[in-house]
Design a protein around this ligand. Structure first.
Ligand code: HEM
Length: 154
């Protein structure tokens, strides 16, 4: 029973995390394409809120549920290949998120916060936007791979 509850929390975390990172990127790209300062600023703020509301809880649920199952079942976290790989993929994705994506988001938020509605959005914002999209996709691939590895276990 406890194991199943941890698994439920774990999978809920996966849904929250991957659901948020994919759909947030989709809407942000659509907002950026309008080139409207008001809309881009609004969407940028939404990206930051979505991280607090969904990405962070998703990460916490994956960790609590994942290591809860490991503890409950008496598994060695460094034992089975599938468990080892999932942790490595999760770590890789987290490093990209923390090292590249979060700083790019903060820079973009600072840039648009200082603008008036009639101001042009500076080139540095669009450069960070391209960086954010490419590395956002790069950070999502290991998460998709982790789903495969955890289900197939091979
Ligand atoms: C933080 C490291 C992680 C640990 C310690 C961990 C641990 C586990 C454990 C022990 C199971 C139960 C397997 C079973 O009962 O057969 C599981 C299942 C699962 N994990 Fe993870 N996991 C981690 C990261 C991830 C990540 C990053 C994802 C995807 C983004 C993921 C997706 C899944 C899925 C979809 C299942 C259900 C598999 C099934 O029931 O066949 N896990 N995880």
């Amino acid at each position: 029973m406890t194991y199943s509850v941890f698994k439920f929390l774990h999978v809920l975390g996966v849904v929250l995390l991957i659901g948020n990172v994919t759909i947030t990127a989709y809407w942000k790209v659509l907002a950026d394409r309008t080139r409207s300062t008001a809309l881009v600023t609004h969407a940028q703020r939404g990206v930051i809120y979505a991280d607090w509301l969904f990405t962070l809880p998703g990460i916490l649920l994956i960790l609590v549920g994942g290591y809860g199952m490991v503890w409950e079942a008496g598994l060695d976290p460094l034992g089975a290949d599938w468990l080892l790989w999932s942790q490595a993929l999760f770590l890789l994705s987290g490093l990209i998120w923390l090292g590249i994506l979060v700083p790019a988001q903060i820079r973009q938020a600072r840039t648009v916060r200082s603008l008036n509605q009639k101001d042009e959005i500076p080139e540095s914002y669009w450069r960070d936007g391209r960086l954010w999209l490419v590395w956002g996709i790069a950070a999502t691939v290991p998460l998709i791979a982790a789903i495969y590895v955890m289900i197939v276990k091979g």
